[in-house]
Design a protein around this ligand. Structure first.
Ligand code: KG4
Ligand code: ZN
Length: 343
């Protein structure tokens, strides 16, 4: 089954063609990162305008990469999967409008997909369903969300916990902004952290002593920003910045492994550990969770390719495929964005 995936929930205009939820035939991503970097975060009006400008050429590049015409698309795809939410209303609108239009034009069903379920099932890309065992514990860390799910199978997920305040990626982005490092913060903060001394600054690990699966990052973020303000950004050396990033990241790693450990205590039948979402691109986080999984004799999965950790359309096609397979009957009405869509 071949599905065209469309993702425009935040600041990336993404299209992909995915076979049976796992094999990517083609994919394109137009990033707006540079445009938003000057503002230290995503500006919704700018994102909406850029999506509307970007999709025609992204669509052209997708077809060109396979030497296809629009007739080939009509002949070969079975359905269109699109992110319906959550996300920025005006950004989502480009994706849903494009999906509705192509659905009518090509006479294909349109499957609405929850963005976070796209991240959860992104582990399937490049792998086989038989590689996995259930239930799996899935740590989902992105710029807007932080959740722990119990994945019962390819169709069912149960929310175990979420953040009480900031998302994990959001904390990275805010620390980066305070250090004058631009947006998005994750890649640059993690790169500096690799060269810093994690013991130089001891930052808080919120909820450390509580037996809760909930996450909290705002106290950590606030402590880092307070230190930067006290010292004065202009007085910080490059090494100071690296040490601050290393200290911050050490707390993030500790918060994440502790929550995973507590979840395992409560659900000892867990067979796999999954790490997904933008922050799953973080090499150190993958390393500590792999070590934890090895110690507990569990298999550990994260998106096979780094580009499938951050927002992409291949994961939307995968989640759409799984939804279709479980008997979802596409509606005839056109699809509207739902920025607060529930799982
Ligand atoms: O999943 P994603 O692409 O978009 C959302 O759905 O939010 O996640 C983006 C987030 C950003 O906050 C970015 O700073 C973070 O993922 N990120 C990272 C890394 N790469 C991206 N965080 C930590 N380490 C990284 N290497
Ligand atoms: Zn995302």
């Amino acid at each position: 089954m071949l599905i065209l995936g469309i993702e425009t929930s935040c600041d990336d205009t993404c299209l992909a063609l995915v076979q049976d939820g796992k094999k990517v035939l083609a994919e394109v991503r137009t990033s707006q990162e540079d445009a938003h970097a000057a503002y230290g975060g995503v500006v919704p009006e700018l994102a909406a305008r850029m999506h509307a400008d970007a999709w025609p050429s992204a669509f052209g590049r997708l077809l060109d990469s396979l030497n296809w015409e629009i007739e080939d698309l009509k002949e070969k795809i079975d359905a269109i999967a699109v992110t319906q939410g959550p996300g920025l209303q005006t950004s989502l609108l480009t994706g849903t409008t494009l999906a509705n239009m192509l659905g009518l034009l090509l006479h294909k069903p349109v499957i609405p997909v929850h963005h976070i379920l796209g991240h959860v099932y992104s582990v399937l890309l490049g792998r086989d369903q038989s590689d996995f065992a259930f239930p799996a514990l899935c740590l989902t860390l992105s710029g807007g969300h932080t959740q722990l799910f119990l994945v019962k199978d390819w169709q069912k997920v149960e929310l175990l916990s979420k953040t009480r305040d900031d998302a994990c990626g959001e904390a990275y982005d805010k620390v980066a902004r305070a250090l004058g490092l631009g947006y998005p913060g994750g890649p640059v903060v993690s790169r500096l952290a690799d060269e810093g001394d994690a013991k130089k600054y001891a930052f808080p690990r919120p909820l450390e002593r509580e037996k809760t699966l909930d996450f909290s990052f705002s106290g950590l973020k606030a402590a880092v920003i307070r230190l930067i303000d006290q010292k004065g950004l202009e007085n910080l050396t490059e090494q100071d910045k690296k040490d601050i990033c290393a200290g911050f990241q050490a707390s993030v790693l500790s918060i994440c492994t502790r929550r995973v450990g507590l979840a395992y205590d409560l659900h000892p039948d867990i067979a796999n550990l999954w790490l997904v979402g933008g922050v799953s691109a973080n090499v150190q986080l993958k390393k500590v969770l792999k070590r934890w999984a090895d110690e507990h004799a569990l298999s550990f999965f994260h998106p096979k390719e780094r580009k499938h950790s951050t927002d992409n359309a291949a994961m939307i096609a995968t989640a759409g495929y799984l939804k279709y397979k479980r008997g979802y009957a596409p509606k005839n009405d056109s699809l509207s964005p739902n920025p607060r869509l529930k799982i």
